[in-house]
Design a binder for this molecule. Structure first.
Ligand SMILES: Cc1cc2nc3c(=O)[nH]c(=O)nc-3n(C[C@H](O)[C@H](O)[C@H](O)COP(=O)(O)OP(=O)(O)OC[C@H]3O[C@@H](n4cnc5c(N)ncnc54)[C@H](O)[C@@H]3O)c2cc1C
Length: 430
C-alpha cells in the first residue's frame, strides 16, 4: 500500500523545502532522515550566507529570488514555528576584486537580473569600510610560507551588494520548513536510515529502511546532502549522469569581533586571500575558505569517514587571512570552529533533476552554496516533479518555472544531470 505520494530522503534545508512545496502542491509527503531532527546534517554547519554573485544567469536569479523569500519568511511559510522563526540579517556584502570570479561577468548578470550593486575603487573601500585593508595579495598563498607575509603588490576595490546578508540560524530554518510542511499534512520520521531503493520495470517502488521496514511510494527524492552518491548507488540511477557528486570536507572558524565594526561585520568575499567572512549575531566573525589553489582539497570517499575536530592548519590559514584583511581582528590561541561536508558537483552547480529511473528525482550536488536558495529549490523541485509525473519529457523539453518576485523564468535544464559542465569559478562561489 502506498505510504505517501512522495518520499524524500533527507530533512536538511533542501529536503524540508521540497517537502513544504510538494505539500503546497497537494501531495502527501513523508520525509525520512537518519538523524535526530531536521537540519542536523551539512545544513547545521552552513555559514548561511545570502549573496548573489554566481557565474551563471540562473545561479544569480535563483539567489536573488530566494532573498525575497527569506525577507518575507513568515509569509512564505504561512505561519510561525512555536512563535519563532529563523531570521535574515541584511548586512550588505563586499566582493573583493580577484581573477577567480570575473566581476565583469557577474555585474553583467546583475544588470540582467536586476540585482542592485555599487562598484568601489580602493579609495571608496577605504572610506566605506575603513577596517578592510585594500592590499592586493593575489594569488592566495599558504600561511606557512614566508611569501604570505610579503607586502601587498597593489590595491584592490570590489563591488558592494547592499542586499546580501545571512540567515540565523540554518538548522532552525530547516525546522521552520518542516513545521510549515507538517501544517499541510507532511510527516517526518527521524532515526530512519534508507538502506535500499526498490524498483520494478524501470520505475521506483519505494524504499527499505535499516530496520527492514518497507515503504512504498511512486515518487522518491534524493535530498541526502553529502550522502547523495550513496543513495544514487542504492537507486542504480547513475549510468547517464554527466555531472557527478563528491563529498568535500570543510572547516568554518570563529574569531572575536572587531568592536569598531559594530553592529555587524558585513559579508566579505575575499578571493584575493582565499576566504569569505561575515559577522555573527554574537558580534564575532565567522570565516570559511574559498578553495584557493594553494590549499589541498580534502575529498572524502565516505562522507562519514572524517574527523569532526577542526585542525590547527586550516584554522591558521583562515584566521591569518582574515587578520591580513582586517588588521584589527585578533586570532584566538586555539581553533574554535566546526567541520562540515559539501556535496560538490563536478561544475559546482547543483543537480535538480529527474533520473533514468522513473519516479526517482535528485536535489543534490549543492556544492557548499545552496542553503540560500533552498526556498526556491523547494518550488523548482515540486514543479519539476509535477510536470514530469504529468508526462513532460524534461530531458528534451525542459521545465520552465516562473519566479514570483523577480518575474524571471528559471529554465531547469541548467540543473540537468545531462548538461555540459557550466563555466563557473570551480569553487564554492559557483
Ligand atoms: C561548512 C559549510 C558552509 C556552508 N556555507 C554556506 C553559505 O554560506 N551559504 C549557502 O548558501 N550555502 C552554504 N553551504 C551549503 C549549504 O549549507 C548546503 O548546500 C545545504 O545545507 C545542503 O542541504 P541538504 O538538505 O541538501 O543537505 P543536508 O543538510 O546534509 O541534509 C541531508 C540529510 O540527509 C540525511 N541522510 C543522508 N543519507 C540518508 C539515508 N540513507 N537515509 C536517511 N537520511 C539520510 C542526513 O541525515 C541529512 O540530514 C555550506 C555548507 C557547509 C558544509
Amino acid at each position: 500500500m502506498k505510504t505517501a505520494d512522495a518520499v524524500i530522503i533527507g530533512a536538511g534545508v533542501i529536503g524540508s523545502a521540497i517537502a513544504y512545496e510538494l505539500s503546497r502542491a497537494g501531495r502527501s509527503v513523508l520525509v525520512l532522515d537518519r538523524g535526530r531532527g531536521p537540519g542536523q546534517g551539512s545544513t547545521s554547519a552552513s555559514s548561511a550566507v545570502v549573496r548573489f554573485n554566481y557565474s551563471t544567469w540562473t545561479g544569480v536569479v535563483t539567489a536573488w529570488e530566494s532573498k525575497h523569500r527569506w525577507e518575507a519568511w513568515e509569509d512564505y511559510l504561512g505561519g510561525r514555528d512555536g512563535g519563532r522563526l529563523a531570521r535574515f540579517h541584511r548586512t550588505g556584502g563586499l566582493c573583493l576584486d580577484s581573477p577567480n570570479q570575473s566581476a565583469e561577468k557577474v555585474l553583467g548578470l546583475f544588470d540582467q537580473v536586476g540585482v542592485p550593486y555599487e562598484v568601489w575603487s580602493p579609495e571608496d573601500l577605504r572610506l566605506r569600510l575603513p577596517l578592510v585593508d585594500t592590499g592586493r595579495h593575489y594569488p592566495p598563498k599558504p600561511v606557512a610560507e614566508d611569501a604570505f607575509w610579503d607586502e601587498p603588490t597593489g590595491s584592490i576595490g570590489g563591488y558592494w551588494t547592499p542586499d546580501a546578508g545571512f540567515v540565523d540560524d540554518p538548522a532552525f530554518a530547516a525546522h521552520n520548513l518542516m513545521v510549515a510542511a507538517q501544517r499541510l499534512g507532511a510527516s517526518f520520521r527521524f532515526g530512519a536510515t534508507v538502506t535500499g531503493v526498490r524498483k520494478e520495470g524501470g520505475r521506483v517502488l519505494g524504499v527499505t529502511l535499516d530496520d527492514g521496514t518497507r515503504l512504498d511510494s511512486p515518487v522518491l527524492v534524493n535530498a541526502a546532502g553529502p550522502h547523495s552518491g550513496v543513495v544514487n548507488e542504492l537507486a542504480g540511477a547513475l549510468e547517464d549522469f554527466r555531472i557527478t557528486t563528491r563529498p568535500l570536507r570543510q572547516e568554518v572558524h570563529e574569531i572575536p569581533g572587531v568592536t569598531a565594526y559594530s553592529p555587524g561585520v558585513p559579508l566579505v568575499a575575499d578571493l584575493d586571500l582565499g576566504t569569505y567572512f561575515r559577522g555573527t549575531p554574537a558580534g564575532n566573525i565567522l570565516v570559511g575558505g574559498t578553495e584557493p589553489e594553494c590549499d589541498p582539497l580534502v575529498w572524502l570517499d565516505d562522507p562519514d569517514d572524517t574527523s569532526l575536530t577542526p585542525t590547527q592548519e586550516i584554522y591558521e590559514a583562515q584566521t591569518y587571512r582574515v587578520a591580513r584583511r582586517v588588521p584589527e581582528a585578533t586570532v584566538p590561541p586555539r581553533p574554535r570552529g566546526i567541520v562540515g561536508v559539501y556535496d560538490v558537483s563536478s561544475d559546482w552547480v547543483p543537480i535538480y533533476d529527474r533520473t533514468s529511473v522513473d519516479g526517482y528525482y535528485v536535489a543534490i550536488g549543492t556544492s557548499g552554496n545552496q542553503f540560500k536558495n533552498a526556498p526556491v529549490v523547494g518550488e523548482l523541485m515540486a514543479r519539476l516533479i509535477g510536470a514530469v509525473e504529468d508526462g513532460q519529457g524534461h530531458d528534451t523539453d525542459p521545465v520552465q518555472v516562473p519566479l514570483a518576485h523577480t518575474g524571471h523564468v528559471a529554465d531547469l535544464s541548467h540543473y540537468s544531470r545531462l548538461r555540459t559542465p557550466a563555466a563557473t569559478s570551480g569553487t564554492v562561489m559557483g
